[in-house]
Design a protein around this ligand. Structure first.
Ligand SMILES: C[S@@+](CC[C@H](N)C(=O)[O-])C[C@H]1O[C@@H](n2cnc3c(N)ncnc32)[C@H](O)[C@@H]1O
Length: 351
């Protein structure tokens, strides 16, 4: 991983004691030591996958076949994976670019990026074919300039958060597990959700809940949450739950909790302005005939991608775009319920 073209060596991870837990099976994220070590405990990991869950500390890449079909990677081509995450899509793309091709991986997360890079190195992808940059994808043109590239043949963006981020209570994204109320993909930048809620006015929060998540109880929740301190994810979840006890059914309440988390996550990570910059810069980052695939997970993201692709088609920057969204197959949705909301759109740069 680097902010320049020559990646730094990755330090060996220090020896860690196996976490102790009560009961027959580990429940907490950090206790699931077998799931964290798929090379050694393949059988346990296979069982977790077969049950439709994501093993702790990993991520199941979504719509891999559809993305390969859209991007059509060829030997010698150059790809930018703008959301490297676990490295799952990159791992599939890289062999198809050989011989002679390269993949530039970007991610904002300074905790997961070195792990993804190490995983891909272990699979034999050296610095001649793969480099990783800790960068927001809004800065793609800068990264291409560092790599002395005028454009790439394909771009992938698989938006949102990874399962590693979501499932680690210490990152504060989880509606299910207690952790500090943070939700920053890069914990050294910006402010955690706890601080945002302390500072925000009720009017601003109501607008944010509506814009970022179409939350129907935005006003009621904003009046209750703005200016208050919620040190943990559970404190926030419980407050929303209590507030909607009479106003909503169990299912609607859970949906509201999920939407409140989504809206706040989008806000502290400035996700929409990063996506808008990325989409604006995209045509200029693609070589003639270059392809882009974007996976979105909620309507706010999909709307932006759709509008931007349509506008660039009208302007003649793209030769073709997806007429409709491509959805995961029923089999994938069944095997990996986290794929259910995914929508794939693509565009092809004019030649
Ligand atoms: C859904 S995961 C990607 C998973 C990956 N495709 C895989 O198969 O392993 C999304 C990743 O995008 C990263 N991310 C989100 N917004 C970003 C941005 N604006 N710039 C760069 N990375 C971003 C997150 O940190 C996360 O690691």
């Amino acid at each position: 991983m680097s902010d320049n073209p020559s990646p730094e060596p990755i330090p060996a991870s220090p020896h860690r004691r196996r976490p102790r837990y009560s009961g027959k099976n580990p429940r907490r994220f950090e206790e699931k030591y077998k799931e964290h070590n798929p090379q050694r405990y393949g059988e346990t990991v296979a069982k977790v996958l077969a049950s439709g869950k994501t093993p702790a500390g990993s991520h199941r890449s979504i719509m891999v076949a559809e993305i390969l079909d859209v991007l059509k990677p060829q030997p010698g081509e150059i790809a930018a994976d703008c959301t490297l995450g676990y490295g799952g899509h990159a791992r599939e793309l890289l062999p198809k670019l050989q011989p002679g091709g390269r993949l530039i991986g970007l991610d904002v997360d300074p905790i997961e990026l070195p792990k993804a890079e190490a995983r891909l190195r272990e699979l034999g992808f050296g610095t001649d074919v793969f480099v990783a940059h800790r960068s927001n994808f809004a800065g793609l043109p800068k990264i291409l300039a560092i790599e002395q590239l005028s454009g790439v043949d394909m771009v992938l963006a698989d938006l949102g958060v990874s399962s590693m981020q979501l499932d680690d209570p210490g990152r504060g994204f989880s509606v299910k597990f207690e952790g500090p109320l943070d939700m920053r993909m890069n914990p050294s930048r910006g402010q955690p959700v706890r601080v945002l809620l302390e500072k925000i006015s009720a009017d601003e929060l109501a607008a944010l809940l509506e814009e970022n998540a179409d939350e129907p109880h935005a006003r009621l929740l904003a009046d209750l949450l703005a200016g208050k301190t919620f040190p943990t994810t559970t404190a926030l979840t419980n407050t929303v739950h209590r507030a909607l006890l009479r106003a909503a059914t169990d299912e609607e309440r859970d949906d509201s909790i999920r939407r409140v988390f989504q809206a706040l996550r989008i806000a502290v990570n400035d996700e929409f302005s990063a996506l808008d910059s990325f989409l604006r810069n995209l045509p200029a980052c693609l070589n003639p005939g270059g392809r882009v695939a974007v996976l979105t997970f909620h309507s706010g993201e999909d709307r932006r991608v759709k509008k931007s692709f349509e506008a660039s088609l009208r302007d003649g920057l793209y030769a073709d775009i997806a007429q409709d969204v491509i959805r995961p197959t029923p089999a994938e949705r069944h095997d990996n319920p986290r794929s259910s909301p995914a929508k794939l759109r693509w565009a092809r740069r004019a030649g």
